[in-house]
Write a protein that binds this ligand. Structure first.
Ligand code: FPP
Length: 241
């Protein structure tokens, strides 16, 4: 698979619950199946040479508003993934990063995530960023607070507050702008995901639920992306005539 024209692919992995319910199963079974899709997608993207992949694994709203049993299952799956996938991440030279308010997650889960981050920190291949207890508005509010603190303490001049100053205070300052945003399971919404970074992203939505997302869907998304003309607010050369 050729992903050479992408720097950053971001995915809203939706539809685990619907996938399971439509088969008469519990929602948590959908999350379990979703982990297989995560493994598959990470491996495909890493092997295709993608520089950066961000997966929306848990929004702040998911964490606060889902039933406790479902959140417990998600935490357990996440911790297991962090341990079980270490050999695959190392083999594919994937560096793990996170974005979100991790301090609100259970200590045991955070410790395991930190261990995997440390273990993979020297890998030079794809960066896999998991958005966990993540909200785009919280990210911007946290960055604004950081800026206010720096201005107040005299470390930052008010006149130097610009887009670059804000971008430097996001959860992952090195994260490139999103080129392609994929959402599974049909809803056409951003759902508070990477609000700053998706400003010029191409958006591709599929009816396929996340547990069924595999290479053919990924290829379809990338093919659609290549057909788009990205103007970034400007004009294409032939449009200026
Ligand atoms: C959306 O499905 C998905 C989530 C809230 C969680 C995504 C989690 C995983 C794919 C598994 C764990 C992740 C990792 C990285 C190991 P939904 O439940 O909102 O689906 P619905 O809209 O059909 O109810």
């Amino acid at each position: 698979m050729d992903l050479s024209d992408l720097r950053h692919l971001a995915i809203i992995m939706d539809g685990n619950g619907r996938w399971a319910k439509s088969r008469g199963w519990r929602r948590t079974r959908g999350h379990r199946a979703g982990v297989d899709s995560v493994r598959n997608c990470v491996t495909e993207c890493a092997r295709a040479g993608l520089p950066w992949l961000t997966l929306y694994a848990l929004s702040t709203e998911n964490y606060r508003a889902r039933p406790a049993t479902e959140v417990r299952t998600l935490m357990a799956l996440l911790r297991r993934f962090m341990i079980d996938e270490r050999p695959t991440l190392m083999e594919n030279r994937v560096r793990l990063e996170t974005a979100g308010r991790l301090d609100e997650l259970p200590d045991k889960v955070v410790r395991t995530i930190r261990e995997t981050e440390a273990m993979t920190a020297g890998n030079s291949g794809m960066t896999l960023c998991l958005a966990l207890n993540y909200g785009g508005r919280s990210e911007l509010a946290d960055a604004a607070k950081e800026i206010a603190r720096s201005v107040k303490s005299g470390k930052l001049d008010l006149e130097a507050v610009d887009e670059a100053a804000l971008a430097a205070r996001l959860y992952q300052p090195k994260m490139p702008d999103v080129d392609l945003l994929i959402r599974t399971a049909g809803e056409v919404r951003i759902s508070n995901f990477l609000l700053w970074q998706v400003s010029y992203a191409e958006i591709w939505v599929t009816e396929t639920c996340w547990p069924d997302f595999r290479k053919p869907q990924l290829e379809a998304a990338v093919t659609a992306f290549r057909r788009r003309s990205r103007r970034f607010g400007g004009l294409l050369p032939e449009e200026t005539k």
